[in-house]
Design a protein. Sequence first.
Length: 316
Amino acid sequence: MQLDPNHLVMLAAVVDKGGLTPGAHALGKSQPSLSRTLAALEARLGQPLFEKGRRPLVPTELGAALAAQGRVIRQASGEAAVQADLYIGGKTGAVRVAGTPVFMDAVIATMIAGFQQAHPNVRIDQSYGYADTLMRDVESGALDLAICPLPPGDLPAGIAFDEILQGRNVIACRMGHPLARKRALRLEDIANYPWIAPPTNSPLYQDLRAILHEIEVEDVKVSFSGGSISAVRTVLEGSDSLTILPYSVIFMMRQQKALTALDIRIKHAPRNLGIISPADRPVRPAVRRFHRHIASEFKALARSISHAQQNSVWRA
């Protein structure tokens, strides 16, 4: 026998409230309407739901059993409504995001931690990649968002790019490096020190090659290559090596007072860091919320950089 779940919820309200009138009030219905519904349910069952002539109403054995099921349905319905509200509000779900390794580990990871502190029920699935691969993955639906630097210009169809920070790369070294203490620093001075080479398929590597070409140096001594940003930082701190890093990465590490940027303005291809997202399909609520969080965090970072920066590395 199929019973309407709503009728069982109504029965539970009447049993719990002790009468038709308070039960109808709790449900937001009229007492006559509720009375007709329960009478129709009794007729379908062929059994009474309440003891005859008892006031306040006392459920029969069957009435009590069905009311218990009505409470289960009511609770499940309430929990489902909560879950739906959380999902629609972007507070549950999953976000698949990828980006260039240096930015993801040195900058974005801190922002992800802040997001999950506020929204612990959103799962973040993070991976790595560079611009061409990231755009293809976003376009195909394999990724929800990607964060990477891109040059200005036309984007592929179906791709949106939300700029979040001006691109600026610098020559990084340890605090106390001989070049960090040198006055009248020239770009040619970097040729005398070993280098940490960025990954060959990264924009940072392209910028390193451009710098060497500018000072007419065919090659430099590479002391270390590959590795995570943590490994690069450790090697920089313990040696006189140099490397190319985004200024925002150095800025985020400023509290540790371990690394610095040389006061040399280097030339590199124009790029801006931004969030890549699909332009031709809707995104899930959690993805929208995460997108807004990252954009807001970078606005705050840009303001901090603007207020704190005093040397020529950042000034145009």
